[in-house]
Design a protein around this ligand. Structure first.
Ligand SMILES: [Ca+2]
Ligand SMILES: [Ca+2]
Ligand SMILES: [Ca+2]
Ligand SMILES: [Ca+2]
Length: 335
């Protein structure tokens, strides 16, 4: 155990980055992000490149439990595919934890973990990828289920990115119900019912993304008090001329999905996004990150750019737009 803990820490330090863990705010009767239902939110950190039992990049997810005085580092659970109750076996390159979402899927007040292992070999399909739900329970994180891939022949790397929400209009078979949105290495988003009932799987379509690059990131937008959420989808494709991309089909692209369908709004290109209320008016603001922004000079000056769409949360249409680069006054460094 001690050895594994040290390995994990080293991997986290070596990578320098951990994937964004998204906590949705819809837990029914519980505290969002509270895996053990003690009223304190918990921290979930993933290390998809962690070595497990000698298998490089098998991957692990660590839950650190909140207390009245913050995180207690002595109280934690390390989950791998070798953990009791977790399906499968830790193997080299599984990358268990490459994506993680924390959400109470079954409404019992215990937040659950949705974990992607996009490098998992599945039956007859090397690197097909897998998604696992690990349920928070009174007895810990020892009960888990595999999320079936309804389209295993259509893609690999199932579970490379994940989101949870109620996506009306995007998933007609499962309309009005909580879904797990799953990205893979094609241009489609698969919606799986959160109760994992296999019969109502369906797949979204309509993105002008390049299927060779897959879905890069999914960001949920929670619409409070409704059963109708939004989704930002990042992929790659051929940028339009206005962005000055090279047109080879690997440029960052972003789509906004609302009940009217995909690309309901024209969001700035980017490979990552986050949602929060930056100006404190109660309406969500969208923050899009594009580390490959070539505005200064196509593909020669990738200084990067952050674009803020204020109060665009439910429509994708902003009241105000702000861009930030390293050349923005007050930001250290230069673009
Ligand atoms: Ca807790
Ligand atoms: Ca495995
Ligand atoms: Ca639960
Ligand atoms: Ca706002």
């Amino acid at each position: 155990m001690r050895k594994r803990t040290l390995l994990m820490s080293a991997t986290l330090l070596a990578s320098g980055l951990t994937p964004l863990i998204v906590v949705s705010a819809e837990a029914a009767g519980g505290t969002p992000g509270d895996v053990n239902k003690d009223g304190y939110r918990d921290v979930v950190v993933s290390a998809p490149d962690a070595t497990v039992a000698g298998h490089a990049k098998a991957g692990a997810v660590v839950v650190l439990y909140g207390t009245s005085h913050g995180i207690d580092p002595s109280r934690r659970t390390v989950l791998t595919q070798n953990s009791t109750g977790v399906p499968g076996t830790a193997e080299g390159g599984d990358r268990f934890g490459a994506a993680v979402v924390v959400h109470d899927l079954n409404g019992d007040g215990y937040s659950d973990l949705v974990v992607g292992a996009p490098g998992e070999d599945v039956a007859g399909d090397d690197g097909g990828g897998s998604v696992t739900v690990v349920y928070g329970t009174a007895s810990g994180l020892t009960r888990a289920k595999t999320v079936q891939d309804p389209w295993p022949a259509s893609h690999d790397a199932y579970g490379r990115t994940l989101a949870v929400g109620t996506y009306n209009g995007l998933n007609p078979v499962n309309d009005g119900k909580l879904s797990i949105a799953v990205g893979a290495n094609d241009a489609e988003v698969t919606f799986v019912p959160a109760d994992l009932s296999a019969q109502s799987n369906t797949s979204g379509s309509g993105f002008a993304f390049n299927p060779a690059h897959g879905i890069v990131a999914l960001t949920p937008i929670d619409v409070p008090g409704t059963d109708d959420d939004r989704l930002i989808v990042h992929g790659r494709g051929t940028g339009d001329g206005g962005w000055g991309y090279d047109g080879t089909g690997d440029d960052p692209r972003t789509a906004f999905a609302d009940p009217a369908g995909f690309e309901g709004a024209d969001l700035p290109a980017g490979t990552t996004s986050a949602v929060g209320d930056l100006n404190g008016n109660g309406s969500p603001d969208l923050v899009i990150g594009n580390p490959e922004d070539p505005t200064q000079s196509p593909d020669t000056s990738l200084g990067g750019r952050v674009t803020i769409y204020y109060d665009a949360g439910y429509s994708g249409s902003p009241n105000r737009v702000q861009t930030i680069t390293q050349d923005t006054p007050g930001v250290p460094g230069s673009g």
